[in-house]
Write a new protein. Structure first.
Length: 533
């Protein structure tokens, strides 16, 4: 798979990235992230550990029917257990039975772990590596072997550490990955060790790198490894991961392509990098880091004085790369610059034609900036963004008109809490009133709206709310703070996000809810007209 690529990009956001404290996404969100990573041009997506939990098992089951183009999906596992034949090991059996064409298995390298965690001798550890790789190769899997704690192991027993990776190669692993699992290795030493491994492995297999950021060197270590011959780089979007995180692909990819000359993704895909970074952040309900290299809002920000004058004369004076190359924009703190190209590209991507004039795009840009100033964020709210553009162009279709709604929350003496919503809407000239109960204000309101309009729009029964997230935008204002609500919805074929912003949580939820419903109905009716199966 590496014949036409100089560096394989292996994303482990959906597995290793999810080990960050507080990080959790639904199966639908994992699928949305996988689709977005594939559209970015990532070569391999590690989907998770299918034998470890129901969520990952469901993800792999549903991903069978998801078209990711040329992007491969890898299933993660580990070498066989102590005293168990590889063919009888439940983890390896799960990997063998998975449809995923690639299996990534992690094995021990460091004597400390072999003796105190596995509780076997070094010879048995080598047999575990050998038999596990051979078993998976025997059922036709492409095998990536992750040598856990490799650099710690090499520091104590270099010959044995090399023997571990050589054993995996001889058993049939196409890629062996050197893992800085504790994130303790500094670039100079890592570079030296990688060079020795590449020399030993030669052309027998691809050598990869997997680094953690505990010494703030994950990205630097990954790039140093590539300089010494590594051609497989593992990382996560935005550097998500346990403790201090993993190597950040949003920094690694542009550095490889723009500074080191590796054609790992296309120019067009690289220009989507900022959007993908923010999309994943929003979907994970984490505020994008404004100071993140390449993709942060302030990555190309300039504030007054000599810097602004320099940028006006030539952007190269204070910008190490051209911001549009990575999908970002220069940001002058005293006044916003450019952005029309970004809006124009988004319109074209949405298939909205007839908007190429600067006046139209400029008006859309100003509207978008105002909405973002008010607290709206559209990276993970594709539905709301599309509807905003259509509304500004006078092309948005409203499937119903709200007259009013009322919500009653009743706390009973027995501790039960009941919520009732009554909604009045106009649908195709008819005034409809419906009441519904729910487990909370938004749930009750959603049910009442569905009862009111689903007779006219039966497609609504296919649309389901799959996630609901709330973020406080100005925490210092306490209960009067502005709230942003993100809703994820699905019709069983596709998923989309919508957003609402208000000082009133219910109003913010309503905005996101109606965008979700309007977008879903519009898509359903469009698909019906084109006979989508």
């Amino acid at each position: 798979m590496t014949a036409h690529r100089e560096v394989v990009l292996y994303d482990t956001t959906l597995r290793d990235g999810m080990q960050r404290e507080g990080m959790s996404v639904s199966v639908d969100e994992k699928i949305r992230i996988a689709r977005r990573l594939a559209s970015l041009g990532i070569h391999v997506i590690e989907g998770g550990f299918p034998g470890s939990n129901p969520k990952d098992a469901e993800f792999f089951a549903r991903m069978v029917d998801v078209d990711l183009g040329s992007t491969l999906v890898s299933a993660f596992g580990m070498t066989r257990g102590r005293g168990v034949a590889a063919a009888d090991d439940p983890v390896l059996r799960t990997l063998a039975e998975s449809w995923a064409p690639m299996s990534c298995i992690v094995g021990k390298t460091w004597a400390l772990h072999i003796e105190k965690v596995l509780k076997v001798d070094k010879a048995e550890n080598l047999r575990m590596i050998d038999e596990s790789v051979r078993f998976l190769r025997g059922v036709g899997k492409e095998v990536v072997y992750d040598a856990e704690h490799f650099f710690d192991a090499f520091g104590e027993h270099p010959d044995y550490a090399l023997t571990c990776v050589r054993t995996a190669v001889e058993a049939g692993a196409g890629t062996v990955v050197l893992c800085d699992t504790n994130g303790a290795t500094l670039p100079e030493r890592l570079s030296h060790v990688v060079g020795e491994v590449v020399a030993v492995i030669g052309t027998g297999a691809v050598v990869g790198i997997h680094t953690h950021n505990d010494s703030a060197c994950a990205v630097a270590n990954s790039l140093a490894a590539v300089e010494r011959g590594v051609r497989h780089v593992q990382g996560t979007i935005n550097g998500y991961g346990e403790r201090c995180g993993n190597a950040d692909l949003c920094a690694i990819v542009p550095s490889l392509k723009l500074k080191m000359g590796y054609d790992c993704i296309s120019d067009e895909n690289l220009a989507d990098l900022t959007e993908v970074s923010h999309f994943v952040a929003e979907l994970c309900n984490i505020s994008p880091d404004p100071h993140q290299p390449y993709v942060g809002r302030n990555a190309f920000a300039h504030k007054g004085g000599l810097h602004v004058a320099g940028i006006a004369a030539d952007p190269r004076t204070f910008e190490h790369v051209s911001p549009p190359l990575v999908g970002n924009v220069p940001h002058i703190l005293v006044s916003e610059l450019s952005g029309k190209g970004t809006v124009r590209r988004r319109l074209e991507a949405l298939g909205v034609s007839g908007t190429s004039g600067d006046d139209v795009v400029g008006r859309l840009l100003q509207r978008l900036k105002q909405k973002e100033h008010d607290g709206y964020h559209y990276e993970a709210a594709d539905a709301s963004f599309e509807l905003l553009l259509l509304a500004e162009l006078g092309r948005r279709v409203e499937f119903f008109r709200l007259e009013s709604f009322r919500i009653i929350v009743e706390k009973r003496a027995d501790g039960a809490v009941m919520t009732e919503a009554t909604i009045k809407v106009h649908v195709d000239g008819d005034r409809v009133i419906q009441t519904a109960e729910g487990n909370g204000p938004v749930n009750a309101l959603d049910r009442a709206l569905r009862l009111a309009i689903e007779k006219k729009y039966p497609h609504l029964t296919d649309i389901h709310l799959v996630n609901f997230k709330v973020r406080i935008l100005d925490e210092d204002k306490g209960t009067a703070a502005v709230t942003r609500v993100l809703i994820d919805s699905s019709d069983g074929h596709d998923s989309w996000g919508s957003v609402g912003v208000s000082e009133n949580l219910v109003e913010a939820s309503w905005q996101a809810l109606i965008d979700s419903v309007n977008f879903g109905l519009r898509r359903s009716l469009t698909d019906e007209s084109t006979d989508r199966p």
